[in-house]
Design a protein around this ligand. Structure first.
Ligand SMILES: *Cc1c(COP(=O)(O)O)cnc(C)c1O
Length: 381
């Protein structure tokens, strides 16, 4: 059976070119970048070259890029690092109700450490009201942290506008760009963003590597202590192969792939909405939705049952966020957009990549339609 992978918001297939690059750094160029000999310096050069590539992708300077183990660590470092570096009586952090778990749970932990956290609500399409956010900022606010492109429903926030507000109010602005990175323009010279979380495995790079952009002169403390790597902000021998693979994934990313995904995503949405009792969650505005994200709900079926039956056909999708799939509670993002229970139980997320084909979309739509009819026919309701 030919597999159809449509869970690209969870992770993506590593690009062959990336795999080829990574191999060399295990087989030959395996030196430690901190070693002063030739082999070490060769690895150092590769890490610094990679840093430059990633910096250029967001119009930052190389010394503003710090390598981490991925999106989770970048988010933890941004929130905790800024909190612990701040003036003792400033304890307020503002975020949203639709963040990734790594932000929500970092905020929860910081609350126990004395932080005051405000969660801004979103509207039915997942958009943040920037005026509401502005009103929430007070003299004790240190940081505003917002997810750029939502990992569940794909809604993209107006970060330029939020950045202006944060600059005007003199508070730090962090974005979690793990889903939006390279899919939506981020330019730190044009936008007032102080910290950006990025990762590699959502853009066909290796897992376990990411970066945090930190604007010059930002006050931040490290979470790890030891070897003083990454200018003392992230101790630990660099994941050289991962870093170089990450940069390779950035280098080979093509704008034309975004256009291709946009077209396929539109086909997917139009086709699935023909199924009776279906709705699209998030926004219909394709400019404000991640080019690879769709999220649907169906009446009178369970999302988990759809996933299970498609799985048997070799088609891989998600019912929600990979980390909370086992939760029987209503998904918090769907709750935040006010989706009622009748629909939210029957939710699926289908996320495509540059490798997705029209034939795969057509097969999915056909199988999905069959699976839903089958489930409804055996449903007691
Ligand atoms: C995947 C993801 C993360 C976590 O990144 P890891 O590299 O898997 O730790 C954080 N935020 C968002 C929005 C994500 O999609």
């Amino acid at each position: 059976m030919k597999e159809i992978y449509l869970d690209n918001a969870s992770t993506t297939k590593t690009d062959e070119e990336v795999i080829k690059t990574i191999k060399k750094y295990y087989a030959d160029d395996y030196g430690n970048p901190s070693s002063i000999h030739y082999k070490g310096q060769k690895a150092r050069e590769s890490v610094e070259k990679s840093r430059k590539i990633i910096a250029e992708s967001i119009n930052a300077d190389a010394d503003e890029i710090f390598f981490t183990s991925g999106g989770t660590e970048s988010n933890n470092l941004a929130l905790k690092g800024i909190f612990f570096a701040s003036n003792k009586d400033k304890k307020h952090i503002i975020t949203t109700s639709i963040e990734h778990k790594s932000v929500i749970e970092s905020c929860g932990w910081l609350k126990e450490e004395g932080a005051v956290i405000s969660y801004i609500d979103v509207d039915s399409e997942g958009f943040l009201d920037s005026e509401k956010l502005k009103k929430e900022i007070n003299e004790n606010t240190i940081l505003v942290s917002v997810i750029h492109g939502n990992n569940e429903i794909g809604t993209i926030q107006d970060i330029e506008k939020i950045g202006e507000i944060c600059k005007e109010k003199g508070v730090y602005f962090h974005i979690d760009a793990c889903q939006s990175y390279l899919k939506k323009e981020i330019n730190v010279k044009k936008m007032n963003i102080d910290l950006i979380s990025m990762n590699s495995h959502k853009i066909h790079g290796p897992k376990g590597v990411g970066a945090l952009y930190i604007k010059k002169n930002t006050k931040i403390k490290p979470l790890f202590h030891g070897g003083h790597q990454e200018s003392g902000l992230r101790s630990g021998t660099e994941n050289v192969a991962g870093i170089v693979g990450f940069a390779k994934a950035v280098e080979i990313w093509k704008k034309s792939d975004i256009e291709k995904m946009k077209e396929l995503n539109k086909l997917l949405i139009d086709s699935v909405l023909k199924i009776e009792g279906s709705v699209l969650n998030g926004t219909k505005n394709t400019e404000k939705r991640l080019c690879n994200n769709t999220h649907f709900s169906f009446k009178r079926v369970e999302g988990e049952s759809i996933l299970g039956l498609l799985n048997e056909e070799g088609i891989f999708i998600s019912t929600g966020s990979a980390c909370s799939e086992r939760n029987i509670e209503q998904n918090y993002v769907l709750k935040a957009i006010g989706l009622n229970h009748e629909y939210s139980n029957g939710s699926i997320r289908v996320t495509i990549s540059k490798f997705t084909t029209k034939e795969e979309i057509e097969t999915l739509v056909k199988k999905l339609s069959e699976v839903i009819s089958k489930l409804r026919s055996i449903s007691p309701i």
